[in-house]
Design a protein around this ligand. Structure first.
Ligand SMILES: O=C(O)CCC(=O)C(=O)O
Ligand SMILES: [Fe+2]
Length: 352
């Protein structure tokens, strides 16, 4: 896809600054850089990450996304994710609610399971459009492998910082067990009316998200703040964030923050908005609960919670059940009323 010369993010729009983490230094075990990552992950739960080495793979994924979204809707619908709580495949714009009123979203997704990329040329979870199959070897597998490696490195850092026995988080996010881990390419159409949400407010369902934006639109509602603020895309910097699964496993030490997508600000609104994400999620059978029995720090964090908070930390669900419930109740086809939206909520409960 020839990348258009996008207009600059406007200077008069308030943005939320994120800490910048240098992945190269993290990989080398640099203590100061690890402290920056830890600070980001335990406060806002979002950070910029540079020197990750995935830029070229991300551009390839955007090409794959453009080729896929150009297919006739009828062709894409053969691969639609459906209403049963599975995410893999195509999602048409308007399939999900963005709020309790049932306002439809504006994003198309193509979601490719990590398990399918790793099993290729065998099929593990589902089939995909030809535009995906054609780029599996040269584009998707390299992007998935690199993203898994990066997110696993970060999990290793968190594992040590949380005082967990070595390899604990790695085992809960194994290569072998099927999981909800997936690559997602997102397209929101240009010229959406200002104030129209492309993607509703949510916390991410899994453990870690590795996101690449070219245009603005992503907004966060920082803890203790009542105003949504844009996160400005920075060339060469991924936007990374903690999801619900890690928040629960860590007893709330790691923070999964609420975010949403609005139309890009200023002159950027006149362009289609593309995002590329890789979501690392725990193995399907992993029970989401604080790992207090394996870490004194997590046990201590849980001790400080109120009864209500502690109950919310123990939803009595596996990663697969948590994921299915949230997805299913976002789908407008499953909507009965505002209670369906409420049933789709995760650790962001109470904020919107
Ligand atoms: O498009 C974006 O910038 C964010 C997408 C997102 O939050 C998601 O897919 O979970
Ligand atoms: Fe998200």
């Amino acid at each position: 896809m020839p990348v258009p010369a996008y207009p600059e993010f406007p200077t008069n729009v308030p943005t939320h600054p994120l800490l910048v983490v240098d992945y190269d230094l993290i990989k080398k075990g640099d203590k100061e850089e690890i402290d920056v990552l830890w600070k980001a992950a335990t406060t806002l739960g979002f950070w910029y990450m540079k020197n990750h080495g995935a830029e070229e793979d991300v551009n390839g994924m955007f090409d794959m996304g453009a080729e896929t979204m150009e297919l006739p809707l009828e062709e894409k619908m053969k691969y639609e994710q459906g209403n049963e709580g599975s995410s893999f495949g195509y999602k048409y714009a308007g399939a999900n609610a963005v709020n309790a009123d049932g306002e439809p979203d504006k994003n198309e997704f193509i979601n490719i399971a990590k398990d399918d990329a790793l099993a290729w040329p065998k099929q593990a979870r589902r089939s995909y459009p030809s535009t995906v199959n054609n780029r599996m070897e040269n584009t998707i597998i390299p992007f998935v492998k690199k993203s898994v490696e990066i997110n696993n490195t970060i999990l290793g850092v968190f594992n040590a910082k949380l005082g967990l026995p070595e390899g604990t988080l790695e085992k809960l996010h194994s290569w072998e067990e099927y999981s909800g881990s997936e690559a997602r390419t997102i397209k929101a159409p240009k010229n959406l009316p200002a104030g129209r949400q492309a993607l509703g407010a949510h916390t991410d369902f899994g453990s870690l998200s590795f996101l690449h934006n070219r245009l603005g639109g992503l907004q966060v509602l920082p803890p203790g703040v009542d105003e949504w603020q844009y996160v400005k895309p920075m060339p060469g910097h991924a936007i990374c964030n903690v999801g619900d699964a890690l928040a629960l496993l860590s007893g709330g030490i790691l923070h999964s923050n609420i975010h949403r997508v609005f139309p890009p600000p200023g002159a950027q609104a006149g362009f289609d908005r593309w995002s590329q994400v890789f979501f690392t999620r725990p193995g399907n059978s992993v029970v989401l609960r604080p790992l207090s029995d394996q870490s004194a720090d997590i046990a201590e964090a849980v001790d400080k919670l109120t009864e209500e908070q502690r109950a919310a930390m123990n939803p009595g669900a596996t990663a697969l059940e948590w994921f299915n419930r949230r997805l299913k109740n976002q789908r407008l086809k499953n909507r009965k009323g505002p209670e369906t939206w409420l049933a789709s909520r995760g650790t962001e409960q109470g904020r919107v």
